[in-house]
Ligand binder design. Structure first.
Ligand SMILES: [Zn+2]
Length: 217
């Protein structure tokens, strides 16, 4: 049976009380299986550290508050590479802190647009997320200067004893990717599926295309 792990806004799953300040106060984490640790930022947004015998992967990078890399270094002695499930600001915010970053190039326009509107998104989030009250643009990490490495449907990453396979599910964005951790029969859905999927964004696909591709996944 397939287990599922649903990232994105996880305040409902974890009761977190985070305050801005040191990196340890910006993030919380919990090991949820042998290979998976969920990390949640001060806005309640999740990313995942997936560790094999040889390599580690950080799936998404939250909103970009504080030093996510330093926090990850408290969890593993491996230097993780990053896979961005899609180009939205709340998944790509700390990607610039990491050396190797993958993302579908179909989402490059989304990434560019969200980078441009960063201060707008912060202001919007501050209106509805009380824990962001004291967060300012100065708390955000710099934007990525390099173009991410390309990511395609079927790409498979060998982490040593475990394999992470990418599955393209256009809908939320054109380049939206889910990741399947084969050995644990666990799929990371990103924003591709959930109780509500935003399909109304400028870079979303049509509802019929989403239905077709999500059934395939
Ligand atoms: Zn999204």
């Amino acid at each position: 049976m397939m287990k599922t792990v649903i990232p994105a806004r996880c305040l409902q799953i974890f009761s977190i009380e985070l305050k801005p300040g040191s990196v340890m106060e910006m993030y919380r984490s919990e090991k949820v299986s042998k290979h998976i640790t969920i990390i949640i930022d001060i806005a309640g947004v999740a990313c995942y550290l997936i560790e094999g015998n040889d390599d580690a992967c950080l799936l998404d990078t939250c909103c970009g508050y504080g030093d996510l890399k330093a926090y990850v270094q408290t969890l593993t002695d491996k230097e993780p590479f990053v896979i961005l499930t899609h180009g939205h600001y709340d998944h790509t915010g700390s990607a610039s802190l990491f050396e190797t970053v993958y993302m579908s190039h179909l989402d490059l326009p989304v990434l560019e647009e969200h980078n441009r509107k960063r201060s707008f998104f912060l202001e919007e989030d501050r209106k509805v997320i009380p824990s962001l009250k004291n967060i300012t643009m100065a708390d955000l990490n710099p934007l990525m200067r390099e173009t991410p490495m390309p990511l395609a449907d079927g790409d498979c990453f060998d982490l040593g004893g475990i394999h992470l396979q990418m599955i393209s599910v256009p809908g939320h964005t054109q380049g939206m990717m889910c990741a399947l951790l084969k050995e644990e029969k666990t799929i990371f859905l990103g924003d591709a599926c959930g109780t509500g999927v935003f399909l109304h964004e400028p870079f979303s696909s049509t509802a019929s295309e989403y239905e077709k591709k999500s059934q395939k996944a």
